[in-house]
Design a protein around this ligand. Structure first.
Ligand code: TYM
Length: 334
């Protein structure tokens, strides 16, 4: 890994079913950027603890997410792929940064407000503190760029605020990262409720396409996706949110531009269009699913990638953490 390349950090929670929203908004861009950047991709299992999980299921999902990273095209030899809880510096830096983060700014986070409304029986301190753990993930690695979907923009802004606040007191300890949010596909919407974001934790499985959904399920979900009564494939997010969302999915899966998609389906009905959208998703997902299945059967290989990734991440993270501890006045362990 060449030292001079700028650095990327990003991650996904191993919660629910990883969706084509995660693929389009995040993973597909990671794959595209992996040659230009020194990249670190994390499975953020500590973040997933903010909601209740079945322990064996959480472990399975974290392993499956690693297999998915690789199956989607992230090369473990080029990128650092690791599990957040394997590198204790994430939790350690979070404590320090908690002391430089204000209750007021955390309570303004939209995702906290939404999640605490949805999980009113379990509004835990972890849910509130979630953005500080995310800031620690990013700042630990002196990250230049954070490729994310639109919904994480606010968390990246608070990361920058916390980093700058710390630097103002102690000098240039952290690099202040930039967000990379794609122009098309940064917010894939729910299939049945296109006013809401497609979410992997949605209770209605027909609202999302999971990367691991079987072909017939993918085709059925596309067929049932909400459109409108116009029968015209035209991009208009305000008046035609369902159709526009399907057009975005199709554009991202085929690499075509929106005007090109409009032209392609000029005069065609929604039936043909939905069939083509489903097929474009299948074309991308089929090879990913095959590789994922093969990797899941090779536990030794996944363990080896995980161990190697953690060791490399740990080395980088320790350097920043030690600097932080020294700056704030903690005594070095003799
Ligand atoms: P998470 O796990 O909810 O989502 C992972 C990534 O997928 C993007 N995404 C979407 N993009 C487009 N359309 C959608 N419908 C859609 N849904 C999700 C997200 O924006 C994200 O990029 N807090 C983060 C995980 C995290 C992280 C980090 C990210 C923890 N530490 C450090 C970057 C850097 C999260 O919950 O993402």
């Amino acid at each position: 890994m060449a030292e001079h390349k700028p650095r990327i950090f990003s991650g996904i929670q191993p919660s629910g079913n990883i969706t084509i929203g995660n693929y389009i908004g995040a993973i597909s861009n990671w794959v595209r950027l992996q040659d230009e950047y020194e990249s670190i991709y994390c499975i953020v299992d500590l973040h997933a603890l903010t909601v209740r999980n079945e322990p064996a299921e959480l472990r399975r999902r974290a392993r499956s997410l690693l297999a998915l990273y690789i199956a989607c095209g992230l090369d473990p030899a080029k990128n650092i792929l690791f599990v957040q809880s394997h590198v204790p510096a994430h939790a350690e830096l979070t404590w320090v940064l908690n002391c430089y983060t204000y209750m007021g700014e955390l309570s303004r986070m939209t995702q906290y407000k939404e999640k605490s409304a949805r999980h009113s029986e379990n509004i835990n301190a972890g849910l509130f503190d979630y953005p500080v753990l995310m800031a620690s993930d990013i700042l630990l690695y002196q990250t230049d760029l954070v490729p994310i979907g639109e919904d994480q923009r606010q968390h990246l802004e608070i990361t920058r605020d916390i980093g700058e606040r710390f630097n103002n007191v102690y000098g240039d300890v952290f690099k202040i990262p930039e967000a990379y949010i794609p122009k098309v596909g940064a917010r894939i919407m729910s299939l049945l409720e296109p006013a809401a974001k497609m979410s992997k934790s949605d209770e209605n499985v027909n609202n999302f396409i999971s990367i691991l959904d079987p072909p017939d399920v993918i085709m059925r979900k596309c067929r049932r996706a909400v459109t409108d009564s116009e029968a015209e494939v035209r991009f208009d997010e305000t008046n035609k949110p369902g159709v526009s969302n399907l057009m975005t999915i199709y554009a991202c899966m085929t690499g075509k531009g929106i005007p090109e998609v409009e032209k392609e389906f000029d005069g065609k009905g929604y039936g043909d269009f939905k069939q083509a959208v489903g097929q474009s998703v299948l074309d991308i997902l089929a090879p990913i699913q095959d590789t994922h299945a093969r990797l899941m059967a090779d536990k030794a290989y996944l363990d080896q990638v995980m161990a190697g990734g953690a060791a490399r991440a740990e080395g980088l993270a320790r350097r920043t953490l030690q600097k932080v501890y020294k700056k704030v006045g903690l005594i070095p362990r003799p």
